[in-house]
Design a binder for this molecule. Sequence first.
Ligand SMILES: [Zn+2]
Length: 194
Amino acid sequence: MGLIHKIPSLPNAIANGSHPCLVLNADYQPLSYYPLSLWSWQDAVKAVFLDRVSVIGQYEQKVRSANFAMPIPSVVALKEFVPQNRSPAFTRFNLFLRDGFACVYCGSGKELTFDHVIPRRLGGDTSWENIVAACSSCNLKKGGRSPHTADMAMARQPTQPSVYELQAQGRRFPPGHLHDSWLDFLYWDVELET
Ligand SMILES: [Zn+2]
């Protein structure tokens, strides 16, 4: 953060956590969708100074010091391509996203939790293939049994989703508070669908 410290703070300093910047790879795809690849404005400004990124979009607000003023970047693209790990992260959010924020047994979206399809005590592991979103009442009803033993049908068999499947799900459950300048990079077909 050496460079950033040379930028004096302002009377109306820009708050930490405000003005996040969407980070695109050199191919203009977001580095990550879930979670969305965002930098703090400080990191974005620093990367501009280090010449590591191109500025694609800007906020109206500027950072100023005695000898320069610069609009805060809202979208930047890396100048060097970072090879992507194309397997989505095994996270709670991604798992809920795969299952559409609905219980795989009854379809309810209330009090969602996670269920080991094959219970741990029967050798079930914690993986994309063995964890599903389940409401707490189905979870309770199923107890430590397999779906077969509990006579509870699943809407679909759990599998590891591809990035593209999660992206498609993500369009149904868009993250809140998207800056307008990000939309073009996130959902290229958003206008075609509406
Ligand atoms: Zn349920």
